[in-house]
Design a protein around this ligand. Structure first.
Ligand code: ATP
Ligand code: MG
Length: 392
Protein backbone atom coordinates (compact mmCIF):
# COMPACT_ATOMS: atom_id res chain seq x y z
CA UNK A 1 0.00 0.00 0.00
CA UNK A 2 1.43 3.35 -1.05
CA UNK A 3 0.88 6.17 1.39
CA UNK A 4 2.18 9.32 3.01
CA UNK A 5 2.75 9.47 6.74
CA UNK A 6 2.39 12.95 8.14
CA UNK A 7 3.82 14.21 11.45
CA UNK A 8 2.91 17.43 13.20
CA UNK A 9 4.41 19.29 16.12
CA UNK A 10 2.56 18.35 19.22
CA UNK A 11 4.12 20.78 21.64
CA UNK A 12 1.52 22.82 23.49
CA UNK A 13 -1.32 20.76 22.08
CA UNK A 14 -3.39 19.71 25.02
CA UNK A 15 -6.80 18.14 25.53
CA UNK A 16 -9.55 19.47 23.35
CA UNK A 17 -7.12 21.72 21.47
CA UNK A 18 -5.27 18.77 20.19
CA UNK A 19 -8.36 17.06 18.87
CA UNK A 20 -9.41 20.23 17.13
CA UNK A 21 -5.98 20.69 15.58
CA UNK A 22 -5.87 17.10 14.35
CA UNK A 23 -9.39 17.12 12.92
CA UNK A 24 -8.65 20.34 11.08
CA UNK A 25 -5.38 19.09 9.72
CA UNK A 26 -7.03 15.91 8.44
CA UNK A 27 -9.77 17.93 6.78
CA UNK A 28 -7.30 20.37 5.22
CA UNK A 29 -5.22 17.52 3.82
CA UNK A 30 -8.39 15.97 2.36
CA UNK A 31 -9.22 19.24 0.66
CA UNK A 32 -5.74 19.61 -0.68
CA UNK A 33 -5.67 16.17 -2.28
CA UNK A 34 -9.30 15.73 -3.23
CA UNK A 35 -8.87 16.39 -6.95
CA UNK A 36 -6.15 13.71 -7.11
CA UNK A 37 -8.62 11.02 -6.08
CA UNK A 38 -7.25 10.66 -2.55
CA UNK A 39 -10.06 9.45 -0.29
CA UNK A 40 -8.45 8.02 2.83
CA UNK A 41 -6.83 10.43 5.24
CA UNK A 42 -6.82 9.07 8.78
CA UNK A 43 -5.46 10.15 12.09
CA UNK A 44 -3.62 7.23 13.71
CA UNK A 45 -1.91 7.84 17.02
CA UNK A 46 -0.06 11.11 16.48
CA UNK A 47 0.48 10.66 12.78
CA UNK A 48 -1.80 10.98 9.82
CA UNK A 49 -1.87 8.31 7.18
CA UNK A 50 -2.85 9.20 3.64
CA UNK A 51 -3.53 6.28 1.33
CA UNK A 52 -2.31 7.27 -2.14
CA UNK A 53 -3.87 5.86 -5.28
CA UNK A 54 -1.36 4.55 -7.82
CA UNK A 55 -0.27 6.84 -10.59
CA UNK A 56 0.17 10.14 -8.75
CA UNK A 57 3.79 11.26 -9.13
CA UNK A 58 5.72 11.73 -5.86
CA UNK A 59 6.46 15.31 -6.81
CA UNK A 60 2.77 16.19 -7.06
CA UNK A 61 2.17 14.92 -3.53
CA UNK A 62 5.24 16.76 -2.27
CA UNK A 63 4.14 20.02 -3.92
CA UNK A 64 0.75 19.77 -2.29
CA UNK A 65 1.73 18.67 1.20
CA UNK A 66 4.53 21.20 1.57
CA UNK A 67 1.81 23.86 1.44
CA UNK A 68 -0.39 22.49 4.20
CA UNK A 69 0.23 24.46 7.40
CA UNK A 70 0.43 22.29 10.49
CA UNK A 71 2.57 19.59 8.84
CA UNK A 72 6.00 19.35 10.47
CA UNK A 73 7.26 16.66 8.09
CA UNK A 74 6.02 13.74 6.05
CA UNK A 75 7.36 10.70 4.29
CA UNK A 76 6.26 8.91 1.17
CA UNK A 77 6.01 5.36 2.30
CA UNK A 78 4.86 1.84 1.53
CA UNK A 79 2.99 -0.22 4.06
CA UNK A 80 2.61 -3.90 4.75
CA UNK A 81 0.74 -5.88 7.39
CA UNK A 82 2.58 -6.60 10.61
CA UNK A 83 1.15 -9.12 13.04
CA UNK A 84 1.50 -7.76 16.54
CA UNK A 85 1.45 -11.11 18.24
CA UNK A 86 4.20 -12.60 16.09
CA UNK A 87 6.12 -9.74 14.56
CA UNK A 88 8.03 -11.22 11.70
CA UNK A 89 10.47 -8.70 10.37
CA UNK A 90 11.49 -10.86 7.41
CA UNK A 91 8.86 -9.50 5.03
CA UNK A 92 9.56 -5.92 6.11
CA UNK A 93 13.30 -6.32 5.65
CA UNK A 94 12.75 -7.90 2.25
CA UNK A 95 10.52 -5.04 1.14
CA UNK A 96 13.06 -2.47 2.34
CA UNK A 97 15.86 -4.25 0.49
CA UNK A 98 13.76 -4.29 -2.70
CA UNK A 99 13.05 -0.57 -2.44
CA UNK A 100 16.76 0.18 -2.09
CA UNK A 101 17.73 -1.58 -5.31
CA UNK A 102 17.36 1.53 -7.42
CA UNK A 103 19.15 3.80 -4.93
CA UNK A 104 22.84 4.59 -5.01
CA UNK A 105 24.45 4.99 -1.59
CA UNK A 106 27.36 3.58 0.38
CA UNK A 107 26.21 4.18 3.94
CA UNK A 108 22.79 4.08 5.55
CA UNK A 109 20.95 3.92 8.82
CA UNK A 110 17.53 2.73 9.92
CA UNK A 111 15.35 4.98 12.04
CA UNK A 112 12.32 3.26 13.56
CA UNK A 113 9.35 4.73 15.43
CA UNK A 114 6.73 2.72 17.21
CA UNK A 115 3.26 4.11 17.72
CA UNK A 116 2.02 0.97 19.39
CA UNK A 117 3.88 0.26 22.57
CA UNK A 118 2.26 -3.20 22.82
CA UNK A 119 4.65 -4.42 20.19
CA UNK A 120 6.99 -6.87 21.88
CA UNK A 121 9.96 -5.53 19.96
CA UNK A 122 11.28 -2.05 20.72
CA UNK A 123 12.06 0.46 17.97
CA UNK A 124 15.74 -0.22 18.55
CA UNK A 125 15.26 -3.96 18.06
CA UNK A 126 13.45 -3.41 14.80
CA UNK A 127 16.00 -0.89 13.49
CA UNK A 128 18.84 -3.25 14.34
CA UNK A 129 17.24 -6.33 12.75
CA UNK A 130 16.21 -4.58 9.55
CA UNK A 131 19.58 -2.82 9.39
CA UNK A 132 21.41 -6.13 9.69
CA UNK A 133 19.30 -7.65 6.91
CA UNK A 134 20.04 -4.69 4.62
CA UNK A 135 23.78 -4.95 5.35
CA UNK A 136 23.76 -8.59 4.52
CA UNK A 137 21.77 -8.26 1.31
CA UNK A 138 23.48 -5.16 -0.09
CA UNK A 139 26.93 -5.15 1.47
CA UNK A 140 26.47 -1.47 2.42
CA UNK A 141 27.70 -0.05 5.70
CA UNK A 142 25.76 1.44 8.57
CA UNK A 143 26.61 4.99 9.56
CA UNK A 144 24.54 6.40 12.38
CA UNK A 145 26.05 9.87 12.25
CA UNK A 146 26.19 10.88 8.63
CA UNK A 147 24.56 8.29 6.38
CA UNK A 148 23.97 8.79 2.63
CA UNK A 149 20.50 7.41 3.08
CA UNK A 150 18.07 6.85 5.94
CA UNK A 151 15.37 4.21 5.99
CA UNK A 152 12.42 5.40 8.05
CA UNK A 153 10.18 2.81 9.65
CA UNK A 154 6.85 3.49 11.31
CA UNK A 155 5.31 0.67 13.28
CA UNK A 156 1.59 1.03 13.79
CA UNK A 157 -0.88 -1.38 15.36
CA UNK A 158 -1.30 -3.66 12.40
CA UNK A 159 1.04 -2.33 9.76
CA UNK A 160 4.60 -1.29 9.23
CA UNK A 161 5.59 1.52 6.86
CA UNK A 162 8.96 2.08 5.28
CA UNK A 163 10.27 5.06 3.42
CA UNK A 164 13.53 6.63 2.33
CA UNK A 165 12.17 10.10 1.76
CA UNK A 166 11.32 12.43 4.61
CA UNK A 167 10.24 15.88 3.59
CA UNK A 168 10.08 19.03 5.66
CA UNK A 169 6.58 20.51 5.93
CA UNK A 170 5.86 24.21 6.38
CA UNK A 171 5.08 23.88 10.12
CA UNK A 172 2.63 26.29 11.72
CA UNK A 173 -1.00 25.51 12.51
CA UNK A 174 -3.79 24.21 10.25
CA UNK A 175 -5.68 27.00 8.51
CA UNK A 176 -8.96 27.51 10.33
CA UNK A 177 -7.93 26.72 13.89
CA UNK A 178 -7.34 30.41 14.61
CA UNK A 179 -10.50 31.78 13.03
CA UNK A 180 -10.72 34.23 10.17
CA UNK A 181 -8.98 37.57 9.53
CA UNK A 182 -9.37 40.24 6.85
CA UNK A 183 -6.06 41.00 5.12
CA UNK A 184 -5.60 44.38 3.43
CA UNK A 185 -3.60 43.48 0.38
CA UNK A 186 -1.92 45.96 -1.95
CA UNK A 187 0.17 44.83 -4.90
CA UNK A 188 3.30 45.51 -2.82
CA UNK A 189 5.85 43.22 -1.23
CA UNK A 190 4.74 43.42 2.38
CA UNK A 191 1.04 42.69 2.57
CA UNK A 192 1.16 39.21 0.94
CA UNK A 193 3.86 38.23 3.44
CA UNK A 194 1.72 39.55 6.31
CA UNK A 195 -1.24 37.47 5.10
CA UNK A 196 0.99 34.40 4.74
CA UNK A 197 2.21 34.72 8.32
CA UNK A 198 -1.30 34.91 9.72
CA UNK A 199 -2.39 31.95 7.61
CA UNK A 200 0.55 30.01 8.96
CA UNK A 201 -0.70 30.72 12.48
CA UNK A 202 -3.96 29.01 11.57
CA UNK A 203 -6.05 31.95 10.31
CA UNK A 204 -8.25 31.73 7.26
CA UNK A 205 -7.63 34.92 5.24
CA UNK A 206 -10.23 37.10 3.58
CA UNK A 207 -8.60 39.55 1.15
CA UNK A 208 -9.51 43.20 0.64
CA UNK A 209 -7.89 45.39 -2.01
CA UNK A 210 -8.41 49.09 -2.74
CA UNK A 211 -7.81 49.91 -6.37
CA UNK A 212 -7.26 53.37 -7.79
CA UNK A 213 -9.98 52.69 -10.31
CA UNK A 214 -11.47 54.53 -12.12
CA UNK A 215 -8.49 56.92 -12.04
CA UNK A 216 -5.82 54.31 -12.79
CA UNK A 217 -5.62 51.11 -14.79
CA UNK A 218 -6.40 47.67 -13.44
CA UNK A 219 -2.71 46.73 -13.19
CA UNK A 220 -2.65 46.63 -9.39
CA UNK A 221 -5.80 44.51 -9.37
CA UNK A 222 -4.25 41.98 -11.73
CA UNK A 223 -1.24 41.67 -9.45
CA UNK A 224 -3.44 41.27 -6.42
CA UNK A 225 -5.38 38.51 -8.16
CA UNK A 226 -2.14 36.69 -8.90
CA UNK A 227 -1.04 37.10 -5.29
CA UNK A 228 -4.36 35.87 -3.92
CA UNK A 229 -4.21 32.87 -6.24
CA UNK A 230 -0.72 32.07 -4.94
CA UNK A 231 -1.83 32.33 -1.30
CA UNK A 232 -4.97 30.30 -1.95
CA UNK A 233 -2.71 27.26 -2.29
CA UNK A 234 -2.52 27.32 1.52
CA UNK A 235 -6.24 27.58 2.22
CA UNK A 236 -7.91 26.01 -0.87
CA UNK A 237 -10.55 28.69 -1.34
CA UNK A 238 -10.36 32.46 -0.93
CA UNK A 239 -12.58 35.48 -1.26
CA UNK A 240 -11.24 38.80 -2.52
CA UNK A 241 -13.12 42.09 -2.31
CA UNK A 242 -11.87 44.80 -4.67
CA UNK A 243 -13.01 48.31 -3.84
CA UNK A 244 -12.67 51.03 -6.46
CA UNK A 245 -11.15 53.75 -4.30
CA UNK A 246 -10.20 56.46 -6.83
CA UNK A 247 -13.28 58.60 -6.37
CA UNK A 248 -13.15 58.42 -2.61
CA UNK A 249 -9.54 59.56 -2.76
CA UNK A 250 -10.50 62.41 -5.05
CA UNK A 251 -13.11 63.56 -2.53
CA UNK A 252 -10.54 63.48 0.25
CA UNK A 253 -8.00 65.35 -1.86
CA UNK A 254 -10.53 68.04 -2.69
CA UNK A 255 -10.98 69.10 0.94
CA UNK A 256 -8.14 67.82 3.11
CA UNK A 257 -4.76 69.52 3.62
CA UNK A 258 -2.18 67.62 1.54
CA UNK A 259 0.11 66.37 4.35
CA UNK A 260 -2.79 64.49 5.96
CA UNK A 261 -4.07 62.67 2.90
CA UNK A 262 -2.32 59.36 3.37
CA UNK A 263 -3.47 58.93 6.95
CA UNK A 264 -7.01 59.88 5.92
CA UNK A 265 -7.06 57.32 3.06
CA UNK A 266 -5.79 54.67 5.42
CA UNK A 267 -8.44 55.40 8.03
CA UNK A 268 -11.19 55.13 5.42
CA UNK A 269 -9.67 51.90 4.11
CA UNK A 270 -9.65 50.48 7.63
CA UNK A 271 -13.30 51.35 8.14
CA UNK A 272 -14.42 49.82 4.85
CA UNK A 273 -12.34 46.67 5.38
CA UNK A 274 -13.74 46.41 8.88
CA UNK A 275 -17.34 46.36 7.67
CA UNK A 276 -16.50 43.56 5.24
CA UNK A 277 -14.60 41.79 8.01
CA UNK A 278 -17.62 41.89 10.28
CA UNK A 279 -19.93 40.61 7.54
CA UNK A 280 -17.55 37.72 6.96
CA UNK A 281 -17.07 36.92 10.67
CA UNK A 282 -13.42 37.93 10.86
CA UNK A 283 -11.99 38.74 14.29
CA UNK A 284 -9.13 40.98 13.13
CA UNK A 285 -7.66 43.12 10.36
CA UNK A 286 -4.17 42.49 8.99
CA UNK A 287 -1.80 44.94 7.30
CA UNK A 288 1.79 44.70 6.10
CA UNK A 289 3.00 47.72 8.07
CA UNK A 290 6.61 47.64 9.25
CA UNK A 291 7.74 50.27 11.72
CA UNK A 292 9.39 53.28 10.15
CA UNK A 293 9.40 51.96 6.59
CA UNK A 294 7.43 54.79 4.98
CA UNK A 295 5.71 57.98 6.09
CA UNK A 296 2.47 56.19 6.98
CA UNK A 297 4.37 53.86 9.29
CA UNK A 298 5.82 56.21 11.89
CA UNK A 299 4.74 55.49 15.47
CA UNK A 300 2.42 58.52 15.42
CA UNK A 301 0.77 57.64 12.11
CA UNK A 302 0.37 53.99 12.94
CA UNK A 303 -1.34 55.03 16.16
CA UNK A 304 -3.72 57.44 14.44
CA UNK A 305 -4.57 54.88 11.73
CA UNK A 306 -5.24 52.21 14.32
CA UNK A 307 -7.68 54.49 16.11
CA UNK A 308 -10.11 54.04 13.21
CA UNK A 309 -10.29 50.29 13.85
CA UNK A 310 -12.64 48.66 16.29
CA UNK A 311 -11.42 45.15 15.55
CA UNK A 312 -7.85 44.24 16.53
CA UNK A 313 -5.45 45.57 13.89
CA UNK A 314 -2.74 42.96 13.41
CA UNK A 315 0.62 43.90 11.91
CA UNK A 316 2.67 40.73 11.78
CA UNK A 317 5.63 42.44 10.05
CA UNK A 318 5.92 45.37 12.42
CA UNK A 319 9.36 44.39 13.73
CA UNK A 320 10.82 43.08 10.48
CA UNK A 321 13.06 45.07 8.16
CA UNK A 322 12.73 45.21 4.41
CA UNK A 323 15.44 42.60 3.82
CA UNK A 324 13.79 40.06 6.08
CA UNK A 325 10.42 40.68 4.47
CA UNK A 326 11.90 40.43 0.98
CA UNK A 327 13.58 37.12 1.81
CA UNK A 328 10.31 35.72 3.00
CA UNK A 329 8.49 37.05 -0.08
CA UNK A 330 11.01 35.19 -2.24
CA UNK A 331 10.51 32.01 -0.27
CA UNK A 332 6.76 32.06 -0.66
CA UNK A 333 6.95 33.06 -4.31
CA UNK A 334 5.20 36.42 -4.05
CA UNK A 335 8.24 38.62 -4.65
CA UNK A 336 8.35 38.24 -8.44
CA UNK A 337 4.66 39.19 -8.68
CA UNK A 338 4.94 42.09 -6.25
CA UNK A 339 7.76 43.80 -8.11
CA UNK A 340 5.92 43.96 -11.44
CA UNK A 341 5.27 47.63 -12.17
CA UNK A 342 1.80 48.97 -11.49
CA UNK A 343 0.06 52.05 -10.27
CA UNK A 344 -1.35 51.49 -6.83
CA UNK A 345 -4.06 53.75 -5.48
CA UNK A 346 -1.56 54.93 -2.87
CA UNK A 347 0.56 56.52 -5.56
CA UNK A 348 -2.41 58.66 -6.53
CA UNK A 349 -2.24 62.18 -5.16
CA UNK A 350 0.67 61.37 -2.86
CA UNK A 351 1.68 64.66 -1.28
CA UNK A 352 5.35 65.68 -1.53
CA UNK A 353 5.61 66.19 2.25
CA UNK A 354 3.27 63.86 4.10
CA UNK A 355 2.86 64.49 7.79
CA UNK A 356 4.95 61.98 9.74
CA UNK A 357 3.79 63.04 13.19
CA UNK A 358 0.07 63.27 12.72
CA UNK A 359 -1.93 64.16 15.82
CA UNK A 360 -5.25 62.45 16.37
CA UNK A 361 -7.04 65.70 17.26
CA UNK A 362 -6.02 67.20 13.91
CA UNK A 363 -7.31 64.19 12.01
CA UNK A 364 -10.58 64.08 13.94
CA UNK A 365 -11.09 67.78 13.18
CA UNK A 366 -10.40 67.28 9.46
CA UNK A 367 -12.66 64.26 9.28
CA UNK A 368 -15.54 66.43 10.44
CA UNK A 369 -15.42 68.12 7.04
CA UNK A 370 -16.43 64.81 5.46
CA UNK A 371 -19.37 62.54 5.69
CA UNK A 372 -17.20 59.56 6.57
CA UNK A 373 -20.11 57.14 6.85
CA UNK A 374 -21.16 58.05 3.32
CA UNK A 375 -17.63 57.45 2.01
CA UNK A 376 -17.56 54.06 3.70
CA UNK A 377 -20.97 53.21 2.29
CA UNK A 378 -19.86 54.31 -1.18
CA UNK A 379 -16.89 51.93 -0.94
CA UNK A 380 -19.01 49.05 0.32
CA UNK A 381 -21.66 49.56 -2.37
CA UNK A 382 -19.02 49.26 -5.09
CA UNK A 383 -17.12 46.34 -3.59
CA UNK A 384 -16.67 43.51 -6.09
CA UNK A 385 -16.34 39.94 -4.85
CA UNK A 386 -14.22 37.27 -6.56
CA UNK A 387 -13.68 33.67 -5.48
CA UNK A 388 -10.50 31.66 -5.88
CA UNK A 389 -9.86 27.95 -5.52
CA UNK A 390 -6.77 25.77 -5.42
CA UNK A 391 -6.05 23.92 -7.56
CA UNK A 392 -7.49 26.29 -10.12
P1 ATP B 1 2.92 46.89 0.81
O1 ATP B 1 4.23 46.44 0.31
O2 ATP B 1 2.13 45.80 1.45
O3 ATP B 1 2.15 47.67 -0.21
P2 ATP B 1 4.03 49.28 1.88
O4 ATP B 1 5.34 49.14 2.56
O5 ATP B 1 3.99 49.79 0.50
O6 ATP B 1 3.25 47.91 2.00
P3 ATP B 1 1.96 51.10 2.59
O7 ATP B 1 1.75 51.40 1.18
O8 ATP B 1 2.10 52.20 3.58
O9 ATP B 1 3.23 50.22 2.85
O10 ATP B 1 0.82 50.18 3.10
C1 ATP B 1 0.78 49.66 4.41
C2 ATP B 1 -0.26 48.57 4.46
O11 ATP B 1 -1.56 49.11 4.18
C3 ATP B 1 -0.07 47.51 3.40
O12 ATP B 1 0.85 46.52 3.80
C4 ATP B 1 -1.47 46.97 3.22
O13 ATP B 1 -1.77 46.05 4.26
C5 ATP B 1 -2.31 48.21 3.40
N1 ATP B 1 -2.56 48.79 2.06
C6 ATP B 1 -1.89 49.77 1.45
N2 ATP B 1 -2.42 50.03 0.23
C7 ATP B 1 -3.45 49.16 0.06
C8 ATP B 1 -4.38 48.91 -0.99
N3 ATP B 1 -4.35 49.58 -2.11
N4 ATP B 1 -5.30 47.94 -0.78
C9 ATP B 1 -5.33 47.24 0.36
N5 ATP B 1 -4.48 47.44 1.37
C10 ATP B 1 -3.54 48.38 1.24
MG1 MG C 1 2.20 49.79 -0.69
Amino acid sequence: MRCAIVHYHEIALKGRNREYFEERLVRNIQWMLKDLGVRRVENLRSRIRIVLPEGIPDQTIIDRLTRVFGIANFSLAHGLPLDLAHPDLGALSQAVIESLRSESFSTFRVSAKRADKRLTLTSMDVARDVGAAVCEATGKKVSLKDPDLTVYLELLSKEAYYSIKKIQGPGGMPVGVSGKVACLISGGIDSPVAAYRMMKRGCRALFVHFSGRPLVSRASEEKVRELVQLLTAHQYTSKLYVIPFGEIQRDIVASAPAPYRVVLYRRVMIRIAQELAKQEHCWGLVTGDSLGQVASQTPENLTVIEEAAELPLLRPLIGMDKLEITDQAEQIGSFAISIEPDQDCCSLFTPPHPSTKTRLEDILRIEQMFDIDALVKQGLDKAELSQFTFPQ
